[in-house]
Design a protein around this ligand. Sequence first.
Ligand SMILES: [Zn+2]
Length: 279
Amino acid sequence: MKLLTITIGCLGMILAASCKNQPKEEVKPQVVEVPKQIPGTPIKFDSSKRYIYLTWDDSPQPPGTMVCKDIFHKEGVKATFFSVGMHAFDIRRKRLVDEIRNSYPEFLVANHSYTHGFQDKYKSFYNLPDSAVNDFLRNEQELKVPVKIIRLPGCNSWVLDGEMKGQPSTKKVYEKLDALGYSVIGWDVEWRFLHGNVPVQGAEQMAKEVNEKFEDALTVAPNAVVILAHDRMFAKPQYADSLSRFIEILKKDPKNVFETIDHYPLIKYAVKDTINKKK
Ligand SMILES: [Zn+2]
């Protein structure tokens, strides 16, 4: 016991001696402030490029959302997560939305309603336009959505700068959103899924569909393809691989540029502050 006390005592002295030799003040690395980019700030389009918008719906839905986010990051492509407030029901999911929002300009959080259209009861949702609009406003507030960009749950409808079109059942809702200064984004190509969230198309087929849309000029805005998919489809490794492969095929064409949806050519009023200044 005595021996042990002496040993510890010696060790303490040795440590104290070695600490004396260390510099008193830590040299801190210089922090360079990078100005934060504001979502919705217009970009300059290059007519020689083809713009691709990966717009993934229904987040936060872990683990799919994390898987997609990691793949996009690894591949170095931008993407938009159309998010649902009701899905952010615990601290982990709220943090996931925060992470995505804070990673702009890499990723953008956009608005996909708070209740996902009264929990998929689309008919009642679109039959009650005021409640539907309030649902989007609630989502914007809860998730701190930084842009006035909405995707209607379950419907491919569009409200753009000077253009509106979509499913007649959603007309009253998207007209109200238009009057409030919102853009509504549908999609040009959908990566469909079956029950159990199994993707229908493979990576090569999806890339083919995207290329055909560009080549046949069948997109809503020229030179721009909006792709819809859902985070949850890629939770399993074999489908995650398919997503990586899809992006890798598209990246091989140097004309392809991946952007967030606030940089869509026909978007209006993307910057909230700008709208306030205009009013
Ligand atoms: Zn949805």
